[in-house]
Design a protein around this ligand. Structure first.
Ligand code: SAM
Length: 330
């Protein structure tokens, strides 16, 4: 049975495909303020071929991301094609989407019908004015809230809401997000801010850490930690009364590289073995030159073997990744 693993023995079964690096939001901690693309987009048929080869090698879960993936016309058909792939155990791969939610309300039902299993919506404030200041887009909050509700209504379950906290900017949103999780029936996950932004403003001091989030949230209501799967990035908590789940993804204060199961394909068809990789592996260029599926599979296996052991955030001599988050696919 094919099985992808790296030289540290980690099994690789999660694939993220960025289908565009364009975005309709310009979040202050991510973008410089422009929303243009820096890299090419490929036809969906090319991503599909890559995904087919990777699924045959052992990938079981595919997440579509960007940039903003819902900006790409044809995403529903792409999800349908991906869901017709079969993993090495004969099942459909699990298909997930990460989106800012701005365009989600209309398309949630067609995506679900096409085979989308789950959605994660990024939302960094539950206060509409703060939301506009972070995204630099007026009146986005109502669209995103409508998207979250539509996703729940059509059964994209569970709906996860990801929030990046920045000290002095939106850390006061911790408890409001706890309330939001309980009221809206979504899993709210806080992500520690990583040095992957275009403006290079990251400092350790800006990061609101897992411990701080748990302490602050517990002032609202006590949290109980629940078990999480080893390759799951989030530590999971429920409120003591069982209503509302919170996750915390803590790559800075509690790195989980030892259990990483991911690789990424960028919108222009490069493989990245780590968010913090210093170089890409050009799968698309090989395809363009007419390489066979077998040879592409050999290339993928050899690239994955060389996956980095861990990131070096916060260490002396840290070298920034060769691309920023929006151009990799978060
Ligand atoms: N446009 C989609 C969205 O908003 O979810 C997908 C792409 S976005 C880059 C994916 C996720 O990465 C978002 O949840 C965003 O908040 C997060 N993100 C962006 N820059 C980050 C950083 N430097 N550290 C941690 N998370 C970051």
């Amino acid at each position: 049975m094919p099985h992808l693993s790296d030289k540290f023995g980690r099994s690789i079964h999660d694939l993220r495909i960025s289908i565009t690096d364009r975005c309709n939001y310009r979040c202050v901690y991510c973008r410089t303020g422009t929303n243009g693309a820096a890299f090419a987009e490929l036809p969906f048929a090319d991503y599909l071929r890559m995904a087919r080869i990777l699924v045959a090698l052992g990938i079981t879960k595919i997440r579509l991301t960007g940039g903003e993936p819902l900006l790409r016309k044809g995403i529903v058909e792409f999800v349908r094609d991906l869901s017709s792939l079969r993993t090495t155990t004969g099942d459909a791969p699990e298909i997930a989407l990460t989106t800012n939610g701005h365009l989600l309300a209309e398309i949630a039902r067609p995506l679900k019908d096409a085979g989308l299993d789950r959605v994660t919506v990024s939302m960094d404030a539950v206060d509409p004015d703060r939301f506009a200041r972070i995204t630099r887009v007026p009146n986005g909050f109502d669209n995103v809230l409508a998207g979250v509700r539509a996703a729940r209504r059509v059964g994209l379950d569970p709906v996860k809401v990801n929030c990046v906290l920045l000290r002095g900017f939106n850390e006061d949103q911790i408890i409001p997000f706890g309330m939001f999780a309980r009221e809206e029936g979504v899993v709210v996950r806080f992500i520690e801010f990583m040095p992957l932004e275009e403006d290079r403003v990251w400092t350790p001091g800006i990061v609101v850490t897992l411990d701080e989030i748990v302490t602050r949230m517990s002032e609202y209501k006590p949290l109980v930690e629940i078990s999480h799967h080893q390759s799951e990035t989030a530590r999971r908590y429920v409120f003591e009364d069982g209503v509302g789940e919170i996750g915390i993804i803590a790559p800075v204060s509690h790195p989980f590289c030892g259990h990483c199961s991911r690789i990424r394909i960028t919108s222009d068809g490069k493989i990245r073995t780590c968010l913090f990789s210093l170089w890409d592996h050009d799968l698309y260029e090989l395809m363009r030159r007419g390489t066979s599926d077998e040879k592409l599979a050999d290339f993928i296996v050899s690239v994955i073997e060389k996956k980095e052991e861990r990131h070096h955030i916060g260490e002396p001599g840290f070298v920034p990744a060769s691309r920023t988050m929006v151009h990799i696919g978060g």
